[in-house]
Write a protein that binds this ligand. Structure first.
Ligand SMILES: [Zn+2]
Length: 87
């Protein structure tokens, strides 16, 4: 059983890297932060949309995930959808 702390939403004071997609979390951006002991005591920082995607992923609590192995949600497909609807 992997232990997770309660996730909290933070505002980045310096630039971080998202554990889910590997992209930058820019200073001033909101991100979700929590602590896990999955592989030692680790502070995890995620884009809010990446955290939402993680919650929808089956088995994540048992197996964890590899840093940067996922795509940031909404960075491509949804951006195209949005541009279609802005007329
Ligand atoms: Zn991300």
């Amino acid at each position: 059983m992997v232990w997770f702390s309660e996730p909290t939403e933070q505002t980045a004071r310096i630039r971080h890297q998202c554990e889910w997609c590997g992209q930058k979390i820019n200073a001033g951006a909101h991100y979700v932060r929590y602590v896990t002991d999955f592989d030692g005591f680790t502070i995890i920082k995620l884009h809010p949309e990446c955290y939402a995607a993680m919650l929808k992923t089956d088995g994540i609590e048992e197996d964890g995930f590899l840093s940067g192995e996922h795509t940031r949600p909404g960075s491509e497909e949804e951006a195209i959808e949005c541009s279609k609807g802005t007329t």
